[in-house]
Design a protein around this ligand. Structure first.
Ligand code: SF4
Length: 317
């Protein structure tokens, strides 16, 4: 439930949204149920994050799965600060002018990954349009630092779109993450209202280019549903993703962070998510995660193991 307090906080975190009219609220259905934070392991995860002065997307995006993930010592680190240079209508991450990069952040992330004993680490970031390379060098250093500290850990990056940052994508791919994830977020017709700073076909091309650079690198992308898209539009996005050889699609329900964010058009039912999963597999994705609480990094470690197994089955190895 979005409260008045959430709206006040949203104005402070998102100055560009402060004068927008409040959007209506929809009551959450029974199937949107989450585990409350507060277990001993949750507190341990929180301590490691705080000790290393790290930022997580789990907290900044107000992810509904934090109680479950942190209780299993799964956290997704958000590098390059807590302030984003874009202003997407769905996102709870603070917007504004970011601080300078913390130069030893890659080592701090690597230390946290080692202390948490992660078999699969997910690293994301805010958009850094203010940096010449969009933050690609920092991503590459973070990947290398994790590899050095935890050689057995597999690494998934969830990157910005590196719009107008020539050579940025190539730097990240050259650092050799196991999974390259970049979310398309929504259908093309909603980009202007939901993701105004981005371009649908640029994002799609970014993922296609990853495969051209390294055909063995897994690619992954996700969309939110419940923003007003039609079923046909979702089918088209799936087809576009397959044309770009994307291996893994995630589909989850959009949840509104505050009354200043985009309104929820509707709650997609669990049966509809199941149906989307069946269709996505039929369209040739190696791996599909489709449920109301699916998020890019939810169960990412288990899903990576399944993704790898699916490729081995497909290639007959
Ligand atoms: S789903 Fe991802 S962002 Fe959400 S709490 Fe889990 S690890 Fe964090």
């Amino acid at each position: 439930m979005v409260t008045l307090l959430d709206t006040v906080k949203a104005k402070a975190r998102h100055p560009e949204k402060a004068n927008r009219p409040d959007t209506p609220l929809l009551r959450k259905p029974d199937w949107i149920r989450v585990k409350a934070p507060g277990s001993a392991v949750y507190a341990e995860t929180q301590k490691i994050v705080r000790d290393n002065k790290l930022v997580t997307v789990c907290e900044e995006a107000g992810c509904p799965n934090i109680g479950e993930c942190w209780s299993k010592k799964h956290a997704t680190f958000m590098i390059m600060g807590d302030t984003c240079t874009r202003a997407c209508a769905f996102c709870n991450v603070k917007t504004g002018l970011p601080d300078a990069l913390v130069q030893d952040e890659p080592e701090k992330v690597a230390d946290a990954v080692a202390r948490m004993g992660l078999s699969h680490a997910v690293i994301t970031s805010v958009d850094r349009d203010d940096l010449d390379d969009g933050g690609a060098g920092h991503f590459a250093r973070t990947i290398r630092a994790i590899r050095a500290a935890s050689p057995a850990t597999t690494i998934e990056v969830l990157t910005p779109d590196f719009l107008k940052k020539d050579g940025a994508l190539e730097r990240v791919v050259a650092a050799g993450p196991d999974v390259f994830n970049h979310n398309l977020e929504t259908v093309p017709s909603l980009y202007l209202t939901i993701r105004p700073g981005a371009r649908y076909f640029h994002s799609l091309r970014l993922l296609q280019r990853v495969k051209e650079l390294d055909r063995n690198m897994f690619t992954k992308s996700g969309i939110m549903v419940g923003l007003g898209e039609t079923r046909e539009q979702v089918m088209q996005v799936m087809d576009d993703m397959r044309s770009a050889s994307i291996d893994f699609i995630t589909i989850g329900q959009y949840l509104q962070p505050s009354r200043k964010h985009a309104a929820i058009d509707r709650f997609v039912t669990p049966d509809e998510f199941k149906n989307l999963e069946t269709i996505a597999y039929a369209k040739g994705f190696l791996m599909v995660a489709s449920s109301p609480l699916t998020r890019s990094s939810h169960h990412a470690g288990d899903d990576f193991a399944r993704l790898r197994a699916a490729r081995q089955r497909q290639s007959g190895r």
